[in-house]
Design a protein around this ligand. Structure first.
Ligand code: LLP
Length: 442
């Protein structure tokens, strides 16, 4: 089966240039580090567009597909613009994501608002910005959204978020489809929800189901199980209520390759399997083929992103670990400390040198747990080397913080030897710009 971009550790344009440095998108990484300073997030436009196109191709065998990008993986106005230009819609989970997508100029009818505790203000903003779908997570929200829609004199299209009861083998913090999850209606609550919509919540127009099993998934079978559960439920609803759902959203979750030891399935394998499962089950349960929504986040953006750091101090623990510290860490990439996530890296100015030593890359934040990569083989390091950590496109900038009052790094988009800032580096003034000293303290 053809391979796809999520199966590669590095952006597709990664090479070593004539200066002997790593290069991405035709740009020398050492020069980028000098020009924009470090830490620096880099997004390779070619890799991003390639995976979007692979997804579209992989699902082209199914007539009615809506590709949505899960904004939570990494959202900025430029990212939204690129992804929208590839024909994708968006899954958004906050007023902030919705506002960013709106400001990028994207078609808001292709946005799905999702989340387990959307506020009145967020629902109002979404309605006013004409978001196309709402995935309703619980009974409280059915009532709240109906109230907001009624006050705007609108009828809104909704999906019911359900918990299909599937366990996937990923980190427990990123599992979502199991029965004891905080997300969605239990299957046993679905009839009651439909009755409420039919009888009381007349400003809601129920179109179908939404589910999401988890993230960084490598097992393909769970998508087959998920589809069967959803289609079977649609058939039961048709029999009981005489209504036919015409949409299913199966969430995101496809994994990426962070290290050499990991083998995620390709987008093509997943596409083929999902289409086959859909066709098989609509036949088995005699329902019309629904429009399919999928909403990958990580597998769309992760491989296109790398982070550059400057190497600083080092410490050799007598008879123990050799630490090298870089100028970032858990505030720009909390994943290693939160999920024990593993990453691959290379020294951008020494890509041809032999990996002669085993070291641990530490961050500069005041926590012992701030270790970016434990036990990695790298060439001899020196202060000022530029370390390139791969696969940081997803859930890095998106989860970055100002811990220890560090400024969030800049993000740069590279393509065809051109580099452009897409997110400015925070300044010290930015950092204090929301601080207020009450007069009485003067
Ligand atoms: N749809 C829904 C409803 C979701 O909750 C998520 C992710 C996605 C789609 C996209 O999933 P993806 O294709 O990116 O796996 N911060 C964690 C990941 C949290 C994922 C949350 N939900 C991490 O860094 O691993």
């Amino acid at each position: 089966m053809t391979s796809s971009t999520n199966q590669s550790i590095k952006p597709v344009t990664t090479t070593i240039n004539s200066a002997g440095n790593l290069q991405i998108g035709g740009c020398d990484l050492v020069e980028l580090a000098q020009k924009y300073e470090t830490p620096l997030y880099i997004i390779d436009e070619t890799t991003l567009r390639t995976i979007c196109r692979e997804y579209k191709k992989a699902f082209s065998g199914y007539e009615k597909v809506n590709m949505m990008y899960a904004s939570k993986a990494f959202m900025s106005k430029a990212i939204a613009k690129i992804i929208a230009s590839e024909g994708f819609g968006f899954d958004a989970v906050s007023g902030g994501e919705i506002y960013t997508i709106h400001k990028s100029g994207a078609d808001m009818s292709k946005v799905l608002f999702n989340g387990n505790n959307k506020s009145y203000d967020e629902l109002t903003l979404a309605l006013e910005l004409k978001v196309g779908r709402f995935s309703v997570d619980n009974f409280f929200e059915l009532s709240l959204l109906n109230e907001v829609a009624k006050s705007h004199n609108k009828k809104v299209d909704i999906l019911l978020r359900i918990t299909p009861g599937i366990e996937c083998h990923t980190h427990e913090y990123i599992q979502t489809g199991h029965l004891d999850s905080k997300f969605g209606f239990d299957l046993s609550q679905v009839y009651e929800a439909i009755e409420l919509i039919q009888e009381q919540y007349t400003n809601l127009n129920l179109r179908g189901f939404h589910a999401h099993i988890g993230s960084q998934i490598f097992e393909t079978k769970i998508y087959e199980d998920e589809i069967e559960i959803l289609i079977k439920e649609i058939a039961l609803i048709k029999e009981k209520f005489g209504i036919t759902f015409d949409e299913i959203n199966i969430g995101g979750g496809l994994g990426v390759k962070y290290t050499e030891e990991e083998y995620p399935p390709s987008v093509f394998e997943i596409g083929k399997l999902i289409i086959k499962a859909l066709n098989k089950n609509v036949k088995k349960y005699s329902i019309p083929a629904p429009t399919l929504y999928i909403e990958p986040g990580r597998s769309i953006i992760c491989t296109s992103g790398v982070t550059l750091y400057s190497v600083g101090s080092s410490k050799q623990v007598p008879h123990g670990t050799k630490y090298w510290a870089v100028d970032g860490g858990m505030a720009d990439n909390p994943r290693p400390s939160m999920y024990q996530a593993k990453y691959s890296a290379q020294v951008a100015n020494k890509p041809n040198c032999e990996n002669s030593q085993k070291v641990t890359i530490a961050g500069k934040f005041c926590e012992s747990g701030d270790i970016l990569i434990k036990d990695i083989n790298l060439p001899e390091l020196e202060e000022g080397d530029i370390l390139c950590v791969f696969n940081t496109g997803a859930y890095n900038y998106a989860m970055a913080s100002n811990y220890n009052r560090f400024q969030k790094p800049a993000a740069v988009l590279v393509n065809n030897s051109q580099s452009d800032i897409i997110i400015r580096r925070e300044s010290l003034e930015d950092l204090i710009s929301h601080d207020v000293i009450p007069n009485r303290l003067d």
